[in-house]
Design a binder for this molecule. Structure first.
Ligand SMILES: Cc1cc2nc3c(=O)[nH]c(=O)nc-3n(C[C@H](O)[C@H](O)[C@H](O)COP(=O)(O)OP(=O)(O)OC[C@H]3O[C@@H](n4cnc5c(N)ncnc54)[C@H](O)[C@@H]3O)c2cc1C
Length: 497
């Protein structure tokens, strides 16, 4: 039986070391900075454990138990689509606003377990640890977050050249029981809410950077692990009415500092091996499978935002202006593009051993387009909203005073909504496009998959350039050139590759 929300709430009261506003938090499930986000995660688990949703949300594992489809290793197009439908149902519970919901890193770990042979091929790879941890995390339905980026210091220097032993996490000791690591990583989204964190590095490391080249899973309550939370938007949200999104879905981001954290060997997947550390991402399907999940989530979020855009224009009576319809049509085509990407990745999927997986070229194409599309969509919603998102009473409390409520009713007017409904809608709109929570989301969608130089680099490397070169070369047939021009020239003109 999959775990319940209550199981998850209990599991995070484990002595973890979380700091916020100068205090150490005792129990995140009862702290005003995190409690609603913990409940939102718990709702995901309750939803999948509901007997009515079991078929949709879970699959049968090799040991005959039901586990979350987040952990599923699809063997056919049909299984891939069934899994996507489960992920869509989960994302709809937060409208795509919890970017690192438990299905993200579950996708990473599932895909690493599909590529055990990659770990076998490298001396520093530890395939049995990967296999066993995947089964353990799946069977206990762990919420695993990850930290895979070195903190910003001096980006013009490599991690090892920085000379600061506390900046990027590295192995500082090891013995018969395991490794000990010290240093930090950015930026653990959802880490505060999760059970465990996968710590590793995404960027390629050089041969002299062996001590940074490790991958391991660490319980959030591990001795020495310190989580420094950013400001909580949930804590600053007075009510669900005033901040419907920030009050519920602030998944948090934290800097993680590993203060000599001991990690047993059975949780170490890569050990001092830069080649294996890179191969774990790109020679297994880990990197593309996790980012496929991200595009599924984005699709849900885009549908929500485009629905919001239309409702705003109905509410302020602009929907029938031709220019507004054009803008809504543009938004509709943008959500259609993300939908086409997701369905295309599946239809153009490929066989990786016994597994059927989404096409990586389209995953990377989608990533590049998504990170520029999102800020554009937010800008369009701002344009459609005008000052309506700020022409609002300060909080729900204003409705409690009859005199103020009377003025609100006279000034909050719409052809289709009551005053209260209009205020509620625009509070939702501001929380999606303009609040501090919304602004963090724009930064998230622009950067979660890496800076643009990195995502375009992946798209460049994965693209089938031969196909395009053949097309161009085919149109440059030497037969079309007059023989006189060809005299003394190479037999064939090649543009690319
Ligand atoms: C909200 C949010 C949540 C996140 N969640 C997670 C998470 O859960 N786990 C995790 O591991 N990471 C997470 N990250 C980190 C994320 O992966 C990084 O932000 C991303 O990889 C970019 O790295 P950076 O922020 O260090 O920016 P940098 O790499 O420092 O880049 C900053 C800017 O400098 C430019 N730049 C840097 N180097 C070069 C260069 N050589 N040439 C040209 N331009 C350059 C970049 O293009 C960019 O515009 C999160 C980030 C954000 C914003």
């Amino acid at each position: 039986m999959p775990k319940s929300g209550e199981d998850h709430i209990r599991s995070v009261n484990d002595g973890r070391c979380v700091y916020i506003n100068g205090d150490r938090v005792t129990n995140i499930a009862e702290h005003s900075a995190f409690q609603n986000a913990v409940r939102s995660v718990a709702r995901l688990y309750d939803f999948q454990a509901d007997p009515a949703n079991l078929d949709r949300m879970t699959f049968e594992t090799p040991t005959g138990q039901r586990a979350s489809r987040a952990w599923q290793l699809p063997k056919s197009y049909r299984e891939l689509v069934e899994r996507r439908e489960a992920l869509v149902s989960w994302a709809q519970l937060h409208q795509g606003f919890m970017g690192r919901s438990p299905d993200h890193v579950a996708s990473t770990l599932a895909a690493m377990s599909m590529g055990l042979d990659v770990f076998e091929r490298h001396t520093g790879g530890r395939p049995l640890a990967v296999r066993d941890y995947y089964a353990y995390a799946r069977d206990n339905d762990l919420y695993v977050s990850y930290v895979i980026i070195d903190p910003q210091g001096d980006r013009s220097k490599g991690t090892s050249a920085d000379g600061n032993a506390d900046l990027a996490v590295s192995i500082c000791d090891e013995d018969a029981e395991g490794i000990t690591v010290r240093g930090s990583k950015m930026l653990g989204t959802g880490a505060v809410l999760s059970n465990e964190v996968l710590v590793t590095t995404l960027r390629p490391l050089g041969p002299t950077e062996e001590k940074y080249a490790f991958t391991a899973a660490v319980p959030i309550n591990a001795k020495g692990l310190k989580l420094l939370s950013r400001r909580s938007y949930e804590q600053a949200a007075p009510s669900v009415f005033d901040n419907p999104l920030a009050s519920q879905f602030d998944e948090n981001d934290a800097v993680l500092y590993f203060d000599e954290v001991k990690i047993p060997w059975e949780r170490v997947f890569v050990h001092r091996d830069p080649a294996c550390q890179l191969a774990q991402w790109h020679n297994t399907p880990a990197h593309s499978y996790q980012n496929y999940q991200a595009e599924i989530r984005l699709l849900v979020k885009m549908r929500f935002l485009v629905g919001l855009a239309r409702k705003i224009t109905e509410t302020i009576g602009t929907i029938n202006y031709p220019s507004v319809r054009e803008t809504l049509g543009e938004l509709a085509s943008q959500v259609g593009m993300i939908e086409a990407f997701v369905y295309g990745m599946e239809a153009k999927g490929w066989q990786y051993g016994e597994y059927y997986l989404p096409d990586p070229n389209l995953v990377y194409a989608a990533q590049v387009q998504s990170q520029t599309l999102y800020p554009k969509v937010i800008h369009t919603l701002r344009e459609l909203s005008g000052g309506g998102v700020l022409m609002l009473p300060s909080s729900l409390a204003d409705f409690h005073d009859p005199e103020i409520a009377n003025v609100i009713r006279k000034t909050q007017v719409s052809p289709v909504l009551s005053s209260e409904e209009r205020v509620q809608l625009f509070k939702l709109a501001w929380d999606a496009i303009g609040s501090e929570f919304a602004s963090r989301h724009t930064q998230y969608e622009m950067f979660y998959s890496g800076p643009r130089t990195v995502t375009t680099g992946m798209a460049f490397r994965c693209f089938d350039w031969k196909q395009t070169a053949d097309a161009v070369n085919g149109a440059l047939s030497p037969d079309a050139l007059p023989a006189s021009l060809l005299a003394g020239q190479p037999a064939r003109l090649a543009l690319v590759g």
